[in-house]
Design a protein around this ligand. Structure first.
Ligand code: 3PG
Ligand code: CO
Length: 555
């Protein structure tokens, strides 16, 4: 069981304080002007990279190494932190949904049968992120779901889209809307009353996370459920094209809109007797909407109307909360995580980030599980994020505050593992603002220094790594790796993550003499970090974990 005592590591002692630092969106790429990590002053990370070669390496953070369907899938924080914490590679949401659609099992399951009950009299609403980013959702999965549902009796379908521009290029929303409109037109030819009903940019409408700003979810609710929004259009294509013209507005930040008929009436509010599916497989940015749809008791905003619907998630987003209770595909069962093992083996753990990444070092780290394993041995601290801003205007974010909390935790002697996520390079990288991303990288580097200094003082160990790439490459490239120009000869800013590997650095005065990275794990990935950290805490890792990255040589 998860309470098994892990055997002692034959050569490594217990009781060292370990700082486990995850730089979000910090990959390794060729130095050029679009590599913000290279451009930024990052003396601390540079010193790790240029220090002892046996204490710094790269690991894979994308594709199959983190349980994604293909090697073309960039890494992301969910799968990255899952791998870092769980020490094994699990088939992730994207892949599980693919298989369920391929085999058709998705349409035989309990979740689909549940929503199907509404097809006769009600409308089927599909809400989610419209792109091929593959981080939260994929448009081809939506297409298969539309096809499958219409073939199985859905007669009236409304799609509530959230435009992306964050996991994909800004401006690509137009093409995705065209694709979806074509599909819906084909369904209409077959006699299915299918339309886009509402929309908005993912960062402004619906897809908030970790309860940073409920207003975001409320804006979505008003459009999707109540059929009310400040902008009304006859078609979604017109909506997206028009709203993109607003100065400083990009796909991610489109204001909410509803589609109306000739008489000005919203075409698709959610009503009693309807079915709703949230089509994202990734949890963090769907949990809040799931709560609004599922909980009769709800006080986060005034829902005005709470329709009696049949609701299912693409996946179950929170296994602990059983939210939502109905879902189309079972989520990965990420059990026996390193966090759980360590806590049950007496390792006192502190975890901290600011709101926008808080669940990453807790919920995702612990295998999509909320709460403590043992409240007496754990403390999770959330620093409130600024809300209502895009982080390019505040690129330092709460890096210093996070680092100082971690420093205090290290110096307190109350914890064996002090784990943080520094969001800067990722959150600012996603805005596509290169100058601000450079500032963000510098801020993250300074935060690392604060924690490494504390580790120095207490004779501890540090492990510095990242969950996936982002800030190290801010431009779309062609196959040769050169910046790819658009029709107008302009470079295209890359707001998304990358396929790049990420660093792992170990060190500190507490690191036992002779510990170094092994040379026989050249393809090591994020999942190898968990065993490595367990070893540094003085434990052998469970035998089914991906192998450790370190060895101890006698000198
Ligand atoms: C987001 O949700 O902000 C992006 O889609 C992915 O970013 P993350 O995986 O770094 O959280
Ligand atoms: Co990101």
């Amino acid at each position: 069981t998860s309470h098994t005592l892990e055997p002692d590591h034959p050569k490594l002692p217990k009781g060292k304080t370990i700082a486990l630092i995850v730089l979000d969106g910090w990959g390794e790429a060729k130095p050029d002007k679009y590599n913000c990590i290279h451009v930024a002053e990052t003396p601390t990370m540079d010193s790790l990279k240029n220090g002892a070669p046996e204490k710094w390496r790269l690991v894979r953070a994308h594709g199959k190494a983190v349980g994604l369907p293909t090697e073309d899938d960039m890494g992301n924080s969910e799968v990255g932190h899952n791998a870092l914490g769980a020490g094994r590679i699990f088939a992730q949401g994207a892949k599980l949904v693919d298989s369920a659609l391929e085999t058709g099992k998705i349409f035989d399951g309990e979740g689909f049968n549940y929503i199907k009950e509404s097809f006769e009299k009600g409308t089927l609403h599909l809400i989610g992120l419209l792109s091929d980013g593959g981080v939260h959702s994929r448009i081809d999965q939506l297409q298969l779901l539309l096809k499958g549902a219409s073939e199985r009796g859905a007669k009236r379908i409304r799609v509530h889209i959230l435009t992306d521009g964050r996991d994909v290029l800004d401006g690509s929303s137009v093409g995705f809307v065209e694709t979806l409109e074509n599909d819906l037109a084909k369904l209409r030819e077959k006699g299915v009353d299918a339309q886009i009903a509402s929309g908005g940019g993912r960062m402004h409408v619906t897809m908030d996370r970790y309860e940073n700003d409920w207003e975001v979810v409320k804006r979505g609710w008003d459009a999707q459920v109540l059929g009310e929004a400040p902008h009304k259009f006859k078609s979604a294509l017109e909506a997206v094209k028009t709203l993109r013209q607003i100065p400083n507005i990009s796909d991610q930040y489109l204001p909410p809109f509803v589609i109306v008929d000739d008489s000005g009436k919203a075409v698709g509010p959610i009503n009693d007797g309807d079915a709703v599916v949230t089509i994202n497989f990734r949890a963090d940015r769907m949990v809040m909407l799931a709560k609004a749809l599922e909980y009769a008791d709800f006080d986060k905003f005034d829902r005005v109307r709470y329709p009696k619907i049949r609701y299912a998630g693409m996946l179950q987003y929170d296994g602990e909360l059983k939210l939502p209770s109905k879902y189309l595909v079972s989520p990965p069962e990420i059990d026996r995580t390193s966090g759980e093992y360590l806590v049950h083996n007496g390792v006192r753990t502190f975890a901290c980030s600011e709101t926008v990444k808080f669940g990453h070092v807790t919920f995702f780290w612990n295998g999509n599980r909320s709460g403590y394993f043992n409240a007496e041995r754990e403390e999770y601290v959330e620093i409130p994020s600024d809300s209502g801003i895009t982080f390019n205007v505040q690129p330092k974010m709460k890096a210093v505050e996070i680092a100082e909390k971690a420093r205090d935790a290290i110096l307190s002697g109350k914890f064996d593992q002090v784990r943080v996520n520094l969001p800067n390079s990722d959150m600012v990288g996603h805005t596509g603002d290169i100058e601000a991303t450079v500032v963000a990288c510098k801020a993250a580097d300074q935060a690392v220094k604060i924690m490494l200094d504390a580790i120095e003082k207490v004779g501890g160990i540090y492990v510095v790594t990242a969950d996936h790439g982002n800030a190290e490459d801010m431009v779309k490239r062609n196959k040769k790796g050169e910046p790819q120009l658009d029709k107008n000869g302009q470079i295209q800013i890359l707001t998304s993550h990358t396929l790049e590997p990420v660093p792992v650095a170990i060190g500190g005065p507490g690191l036992t003499q002779g510990v170094r990275f092994r040379k026989d794990v050249p393809d090591g990935g994020l999942a190898n970090v968990a065993a490595t950290v367990m070893n540094l805490h003085g434990f052998e890792a469970p035998s089914d974990y991906e192998t450790t990255l370190i060895e101890v040589v006698d000198n």
